[in-house]
Ligand binder design. Structure first.
Ligand SMILES: [Zn+2]
Length: 62
């Protein structure tokens, strides 16, 4: 049976678009290929939703 590509985003386990990961000085950051959210690599192979987004990504009203 074919393994379905069920995103684990609901469990805060995201899958990066590999070609677009970049180093921000602390962690690798990328975008989830499934839900397009900003993600950050906490440890090897473990990508979580970005918990400390860059300042320039804050809403203008802050
Ligand atoms: Zn995701």
């Amino acid at each position: 049976m074919r393994k379905p590509e069920v995103p684990l985003c609901w469990f805060n386990r995201h899958t990066p678009i590999r070609d677009r990961a970049k180093w921000d000085g602390t962690h690798f950051i990328s975008t989830c290929r499934f839900c397009s959210t900003a993600i950050r690599r906490r440890s090897h192979g473990q990508w979580l939703k970005d918990w400390q987004p860059a300042e320039d990504s804050q809403p203008a009203w802050l």
